[in-house]
Design a protein. Structure first.
Lengths: 280, 597, 201
């Protein structure tokens, strides 16, 4: 390959520098872009752990990403100017040592993060028994609404039956003959909870798979028909937040929006009373 | 830069030896692996155009959700009445874009196309082990693609439940318009695809096992061949799970069984009679295929890049045997990590922990693989020809997208990122970008061997810049949209306050996508122009070492002459002293150039 | 597979050792295929196990004709063995008859499976009746499709035995009948496995 190529008009070194610059820009630009704060404002207790996990990954991975692109750029810039190859082959020992060292380093970063930061959050989120004063809410998803039910003062949900379901009159299929259901409080697309108290959301779905996503609370759980997964978390900030569907559920998936209001405990009791009164 | 005659194995003019083969048997119903490979490639490229047009529609909708595209209303009166896309059409477009790009573009061009063309040539065989089966697999593949495209025109439109087709959405006819006939057609097309892909993978494995030329031990095979070998085994073991799932979904849809449909479903205000099925069962079966499938696609791209790199650094690949072991390790691990797609599905949290820990062990072989590719550059004399640019792009995208896997494989981080654009960005960089750049690299590299002409370098370089820059930027940005909570498969981001601020970024991404698609026109022009007018290629224009470069461009029917080549060395004998240059083809005897590995 | 061999041999006109090698490749291909079939039934099995744990599992009484079908299939496998034994002794007429018997019994098995379906339908047990019946119909149908494919391979072997095309020399014929045997006994094994799964679990 000593003869000049018909297409190679520019100097190879210049072109190599240009390509090297491309990849270095990708690395530096990527980190500069990604270093901004992106996540929605945090409003839950366990969410701090999830954010810590994400930040840990953003920092470590960001560093590796930058280093990788800088090395790539350097090799291109350096190699583009060579007339002869440098080292032909590294020894098998070098190859092995480099591979093992980097592989183990990556394993440490990846699994270390899971074990040291991720698992405790995961265990707390799924494993902790909710305290007795937790607010229990049943959320039944359907195309395309969130049916919300509070058990009322008796703490018990009334019976429901899919055979009684009617979108207009009885979306939850409540069995009116069950006394436990008499004081149930029902809302649509609106959940109100008190700040600082544990919230237990029992998820159901009537039709297809939906996903209960509260971006500010770092909560996401699929609502799968035939299953009743439970989500337990503690809101830490008062305000009006949004509930989104995160699993493709049909035509209006993109606007299956709910409101998630976190209020002070007295306001919450007041709200619940008012809801019960209007229902009766 | 002509290859000396001594290095070209003398081949008799084979066409003369096959007088009974007419045009149809030679170029259409051909059993020649090279023709079949080219047929797969061209079919896949046509499907890629379809997939790219669908991507354009998606980005028009997401960038400007309320704009009325009057001229599009003329083209698509049903999907875009008044110039605004309907949600049902949008979901069909998203589903079909994913399906077409994964199964009908990358699988056809890179896996089946280049696999067919390269594997027999590189291992020194005259054809695949089962040439007739090979031809059959192509024609079934074509049928499958046509059936998939036809689904746009059935009642209710094309399937709209996403390429993952989760039931009940995909199982209940009234759940979404695409779940009428469109979903059935989708399943039938996938069934045909699986039949074809199984035949093709079976052929690869049998060919590599049994038709290697004398002296071509497994440890002398190129990484390209290794990657096709591993990916074919993965396909053979993983696809049956989707077959089983597809059969059950078809029965649920048409015979009223309840494999995936639980009791008490009320869809469109009507109680369904189904009892006791499990929607999660589909997800397990689907991802048991789905995860290995991404490696089926990406391993060949990595393998191809590993063969392009040494050619344009003029030195051997770094850590050849380690790379092979990494491919094997990734193949094995990919079969036991499918649950990382289901962290928030309601699967047991203990499974979540298991899948998280096992998934992240994949970082070990993949990191080593990536770093070895990078290390292959060190000390090299870089020749930045078009295939090399794309191979460098593969390294960059693999190194960028791969890191996203650390987020998504981590169950705790996944809780926030699941089903957001972080996922979309991640898999586009990996099975979209690495595979696409690998495919383009392969096309530029082997085009001379396929068609006997060189592609234009200048247009190739323009194509590289107009592909890498927009592709990397837009899908990198999507990761951060995901961190903001922006969800995938949304028809518009206008309904939520927390997503309103993403609109500006979405416009930028849409504009970049238009640049990306427009950049591909350069490629198409280059492809067609080079096919007709390109500089005539020598047998070995890149001075590469594997066996396909020792025969004429394009190789004759039967590939090698009267005798198969004798293989004396590994695939990466660069940086040596020979009269021909700084390399030795695998068939060069050790007396002429000493064997170094 | 008929065409693969016929076409290839015609085109290349291989030497004897190349034919041997080709038989090896076909055998390898068959085993790879059987590996994917194994994965298919493994996937169905895992679905079965998941679905079996559901609350609505109501076992149905499997038709007793299945026992007979199992015997018929076993007899068919036996007939194929007789064919091989006869062929090895160059008793070509007996080999051809035994081959034909194996195929006939294979069709009888399929007929018996259809009869089992009809018996279930006669008592109102269609596929959706219970998960157990869904699996019964599905697994027998999927197995049946594989049996049909295998019968085509058997027919290829039988024709080549009958016409003499496949027995120019004994080694080649053994290879040919070996492919038939592997495929056929494998599917017999799959049926016994499915029968046990559907009856006991």
């Amino acid at each position: 390959m000593n003869k000049p190529e018909p297409n190679a008009r520019r100097s190879p070194a210049f072109e190599a520098a240009l390509v090297a610059l491309l990849f270095v820009t990708a690395g530096v630009g990527g980190v500069a872009y990604g270093a901004r704060s992106w996540m929605p404002e945090l409003a839950s207790r366990h969410g701090a752990g999830i954010d810590a996990m994400l930040h840990y990954l953003l920092v470590t991975v960001g560093a590796l990403f930058l280093a990788g692109h800088l090395v790539l750029g350097y090799f291109i810039w350096r190699g583009g100017g060579r007339r002869q190859i440098g080292l032909r082959m590294a020894s098998h020992k070098t190859e092995l040592v480099l591979s093992i060292a980097l592989g183990l380093g990556m394993l440490l970063i990846a699994e270390g993060g899971v074990i040291a930061i991720g698992m405790p959050v995961w265990t707390e989120y799924f494993g902790a028994t909710p305290p007795s004063d937790a607010v229990t809410i049943e959320v039944t998803a359907q195309q395309f609404a969130w049916n919300v039910r509070y058990p009322g003062p008796d703490g018990k949900f009334g019976r429901t039956d899919p055979r009684l379901m009617d979108d207009a009159l009885n979306p939850l299929g409540r069995d009116r003959s069950d006394p436990a259901g008499a004081d149930d409080v029902i809302t649509t697309n609106e959940i109100t909870v008190p700040v600082g108290r544990t919230v237990r959301v029992q998820l159901r779905s009537k039709d297809v798979i939906h996903s209960f996503f509260l971006p500010n609370f770092r909560v996401k759980q699929d609502a799968v028909p035939g299953m009743t997964p439970e989500v337990v978390f503690v809101p830490t900030r008062e305000g009006e937040f949004e509930l989104a569907c995160a699993q493709l559920c049909g035509l209006a998936h993109y606007r299956m929006r709910g409101f998630f209001n976190v209020v002070s405990p007295p306001q919450f009791d007041e709200w619940l009373r008012k809801q019960a009164a209007t229902a009766n | 830069m002509t290859t000396p005659a001594s290095q070209v194995v003398e081949t008799p003019p084979h066409d003369a030896a096959e007088p009974h083969l007419g045009f149809v048997r030679r170029y259409i119903f051909s059993t020649d692996h090279k023709i079949i490979g080219i047929q797969y490639m061209l079919t896949g490229l046509v499907m890629a155009i379809a997939g790219a047009l669908l991507a354009t529609l998606i980005r028009l909708q997401l960038g400007w959700p309320t704009h009325q595209w009057q001229w599009l209303a003329l083209l698509l009166p049903k999907g875009m009445p008044g110039g605004v896309m309907t949600p049902e059409f949008y979901l069909a477009v998203v589903t079909m874009h994913g399906t077409i790009m994964v199964f009908f573009f990358i699988s056809y061009v890179l896996v089946s196309g280049f696999g067919n063309f390269l594997v027999p040539l590189q291992i020194g065989a005259r054809d695949m082990a089962f040439p007739f089966l090979n031809m059959l697999s192509y024609w079934i593949a074509l049928l499958s693609a046509l059936v998939m495209l036809a689904s746009f025109f059935v009642e209710g439109g094309a399937a709209a439940a996403g390429w993952t087709a989760y039931p009940p959405l995909s199982a209940v006819w009234s759940a979404v318009p695409g779940s009428q006939l469109g979903q059935t057609v989708w399943l039938l097309s996938m069934a045909l695809f699986i039949v074809s892909f199984t035949m093709s993978s079976l052929n690869f494995v049998a060919t590599v096992f049994s038709l290697r030329a004398p002296g071509m031990s497994m440890w002398r095979m190129s990484l390209t061949v290794w990657s096709y070998f591993i990916s074919s085994i993965l396909g053979l073991l993983a696809f049956p799970a989707l077959t089983a799932a597809a059969v059950m979904l078809l029965l649920d849809r048409h015979l009223g069984t309840s494999f995936f449909l639980p009791s008490g479903l009320v869809v469109a205000n009507r109680l369904l009679p189904n009892q006791g099925g499990s929607p999660l069962l589909w997800q397990h079966l689907f991802w048991f295929l789905g995860h290995p499938e991404v490696y089926v696609l990406i391993l060949p791209a990595l393998g191809v890049a590993c063969d392009i790199l040494p050619t344009f650094t003029r030195k051997p690949i770094f850590g050849y045997r380690i790379q092979v072991w990494c491919l094997i390790a990734v193949g094995v691990l990919s079969m036991i990590v499918w649950g990382h797609h289901m962290f928030v599905s309601g699967m047991s949290p203990f499974s979540g922990e298991y899948f998280s820990l096992v998934t992240l062990t994949i970082t070990v072989p993949m990191t080593i693989f990536g770093v070895n590719m990078l290390a292959s550059l060190s000390g090299g004399r870089l020749l930045l020809r078009t295939p090399m640019l794309f191979a460098l792009g593969v390294i960059a995208l693999f190194g960028s997208g791969g890191f996203g896997g650390l987020f998504l494989g981590n169950a705790t981080a996944n809780m926030q990122l699941h089903d957001t654009y972080f996922v979309v960005g991640h898999f586009h960089l990996m099975i979209g970008g690495v595979t696409m750049l690998g495919t383009f690299g392969a096309i530029y590299f082997w085009f001379p061997k396929m068609f006997g002409r060189m592609m234009s370098e200048r247009l190739g370089k323009v194509h590289f810049w107009f592909t890498f820059v927009p592709f990397f930027t837009l899908f990198f940005m999507q990761h951060f949209l995901g961190l903001q909570g922006m969800l995938r498969r949304y028809y518009a981001f206008t309904s939520y306050d927390f997503l309103k601020r993403t609109q500006g970024q979405n416009v930028v991404i849409s504009l970049l996508a238009m640049v990306l698609v427009a950049g591909q026109l350069v490629f198409l022009a280059n492809f067609v122009w080079s096919l007709l007018k390109g500089r005539v290629a020598a047998a070995n224009p890149w001075q590469a070492t594997t066996l396909e470069w020792t025969v004429a461009s394009p190789p004759p029917h039967g590939n090698f002459g009267a005798a198969l080549p004798d293989v004396h060395r590994w695939s990466y004998e660069y940086g040596v002293d020979d009269v021909e240059g700084d390399f030795a083809a695998q068939s060069v005897p050790p007396e002429r150039v000493p064997v170094t590995a | 597979m008929d065409n693969v061999i016929a076409f290839d041999t015609a085109r290349v006109g291989r030497a004897d050792d190349e034919i041997d090698r080709h038989e090896d490749v076909v055998r390898l291909g068959l085993w790879i295929f059987l590996a994917t079939v194994t994965m298919l039934f493994a996937a169905f099995t895992s679905a079965y196990i998941v679905r079996r744990s559901g609350t609505d599992w109501r076992p149905i009484a499997l038709p007793s004709v299945l026992w007979l079908n199992t015997l018929v299939l076993a007899a068919s496998s036996l007939a194929l063995e007789v064919a091989r034994w006869s062929g090895t002794g160059s008793r070509w007429r007996a080999a051809s008859v035994a081959f034909a018997a194996a195929i006939a019994l294979g069709f009888a098995f399929l007929g018996g499976q259809v009869l089992a379906w009809r018996q279930l339908m006669a008592v109102g047990l269609y596929a959706p009746a219970s998960p157990h019946s869904s699996f019964f119909y599905m697994l027998t149908a999927v197995h049946g499709l594989h049996v049909i494919a295998a019968l085509a391979v058997l027919a290829w072997g039988a024709v080549r035995t009958w016409t003499g095309a496949g027995r120019r020399d004994l080694r080649q014929w053994t290879g040919l009948v070996g492919i038939c045997r592997t495929f056929w006994h494998f599917l017999g094994g799959v049926w016994i496995y499915l029968f046990v799964l559907l009856s006991i679990y």
